[in-house]
Design a protein. Structure first.
Ligand code: ADP
Ligand code: MG
Length: 477
């Protein structure tokens, strides 16, 4: 019997705000432990929370980006539980009346456009961090993270494989960066995900019982954890057993999921409305103001780059990695008729350079200088290989330099006088007598090899068309 995996996600996104969700303590990841902690973060008696408008603005923006319904009225709840890194003894969250419901998120999974539905998004605060088992016995508590503004995105159980989840997470991670609401950094915990997994017989109309794998902070591990968990459940069912709703943890070293200790997974949060914060009322014109910050999402840009610009899947992937990259490409290609050389320069040379040097596009300065390099490529004054191999590495250090000047400096300008070719051709033919025989016996593809040799010796100054004619002529003598 064939089983199908069903997955729904709860994703926590830490927001890029200056201060925390309910007080003015700094929201910063890299601070020394327990330095961003006023009496409010520490929950001293008598302290009161105050909403952070930036938290709400970013929340609304995210909801709008996915076509969700922003509620005119919502409120906060208290979720009560005890843990050393939660000084208040409760988390401020939204349970009964989240600020946002519905909507959908599109993404590319193995080349196909998929779409999953959102159940809702809600606002909440993060808890502090416990660092366990230091010297095997100690647990340390860092309260810096307590009160950091979060959004929790809850999807419908619309995923059918670990691969889909991993591809979705990649898109959502880019989207929150595009919108400027989060750095999406999974290693630092600003983007983490709980995966609810169940299995059912193919074609069944009711879902099976689910288990929840907590706190995945890597796309690859999320995929592996889901795949393992689904196989585990299928094995239980095949032996006639039943699945009990359980909270699991993934162990990446062993690549298995294991139940959390029972005590930790049995929840009774006693939610009730937060009495210290007023309800949230959002007017339509406020939403309209926020909507001005919307940008086209990575998946939409990917489609545009594939269809309107005829770029390959891999090129579109690279260009959409960063908002500023795709923005720059659109702007630059709008300024010229034939963008093919620009696309090649930008995607295959400039972006890999930025990645390897860990630089931002802004550090290059005025990007319209790229057009000068494109003009050089199209001018026929230097060969393409000379332009990319010799001129580009010097030019990219300061793109305000005239690429033509660098070409002159390096003596790479193709001379009109191509008489030097004959000597070089003869020289190459004499150096490879065996290859010449092979060519004459019919291995005509070798002409490329001979041309490459001459091109190299000429320092890129040979005119390829003329070289080919002369080369073929010489080889056939
Ligand atoms: P709870 O209120 O107990 O947290 P919800 O019904 O709100 O549960 O669902 C939480 C998450 O679990 C959602 O992401 C949802 O898509 C997912 N989910 C619900 N039922 C299933 C199921 N049968 N299989 C997989 N995921 C599920
Ligand atoms: Mg839940």
């Amino acid at each position: 019997m064939q089983y199908e995996t069903v997955i729904g996600l709860e994703i926590h996104v830490q927001l890029l705000t200056q201060s925390k969700a309910f007080c003015s303590d700094t929201n910063e990841y890299a601070s020394l432990p327990n330095t961003n902690i006023s009496a409010i973060s520490l929950a001293h008696p008598g302290t009161l929370p105050k909403m952070n408008q930036n938290h709400l603005d970013k929340a609304i923006l995210l909801g709008l980006a996915f076509g969700s319904d922003i509620k005119p009225y919502s409120y906060f709840d208290r979720k009560n539980y005890f843990y050393p890194d939660l000084p208040k003894g409760y988390q401020i969250t939204q349970d009964k009346a989240p600020y946002c419901t519905g909507g959908k998120i599109s993404f590319l999974s193995e080349g196909n456009l998929k779409s999953i539905r959102l159940h809702h998004i809600h606002m909440e605060e993060d808890a502090g961090k416990s660092i366990h088992d230091l010297h095997e016995i100690l647990t340390l508590v860092d309260i810096n993270r307590a009160g950091v503004p979060l959004l929790e995105i809850v999807t419908e159980p619309d995923f059918r494989s670990g691969q889909e989840v991993s591809d979705f997470m990649a898109e959502l991670q880019k989207a929150v960066k595009y919108l400027g609401i989060s750095d999406g950094n999974m290693e630092e915990g600003s983007f983490r995900c709980d995966c609810n997994v169940s299995v059912m017989l193919k074609g069944a109309t009711t879902y099976g019982e689910r288990c929840e794998i907590k706190n995945m902070n890597s796309k690859r591990f999320a995929k592996l954890a889901i795949e393992y968990e689904a196989q585990r459940q299928i094995a239980v069912l095949k032996q006639g057993g039943t699945i009990h709703k359980t909270t699991m943890l993934y162990d990446p070293d062993a690549n298995v999921t294991r139940p959390m200790r029972k005590k930790e997974s049995e929840n009774d949060y006693r939610y009730f409305p937060e009495p210290d914060l007023p309800p949230i009322m959002i007017a339509n014109d406020y939403i309209f103001e926020i909507s001005k910050q919307l940008v086209a999402l990575p998946v939409q840009r990917h489609q545009t780059l594939r269809t309107q610009y005829q770029l390959s899947h891999a090129d579109a992937d690279l260009l959409t990695e960063e908002l500023e990259w795709s923005n720059a490409f659109y702007a630059l290609s709008a300024q010229i008729n034939d963008y093919k050389d620009l696309a090649e320069l930008f995607i295959h040379k400039v972006l890999p350079y930025l990645k390897s040097e860990n630089k931002s596009l802004a550090e290059l300065g005025d990007l319209t200088h790229l057009h000068q390099f494109v003009a050089l490529l199209q001018s026929d004054k230097v060969s393409k290989s000379a332009a990319y191999q010799h001129i580009f590495p010097k030019w990219i250090l300061d793109i305000s330099q005239k690429p033509l000047n660098i070409a002159e400096e390096l003596q790479l300008i193709k001379s009109d006088d191509q008489s030097f070719l004959d000597d070089l051709i003869l020289n190459v033919i004499n150096s490879f007598p065996d290859k010449v025989k092979e060519y004459q016996k019919g291995k005509k593809g070798l002409v490329g090899f001979f041309m490459g040799q001459v091109m190299q010796k000429s320092g890129g100054k040979a005119d390829p068309k003329l070289l080919q004619t002369k080369m073929e002529h010489a080889l056939n003598l």
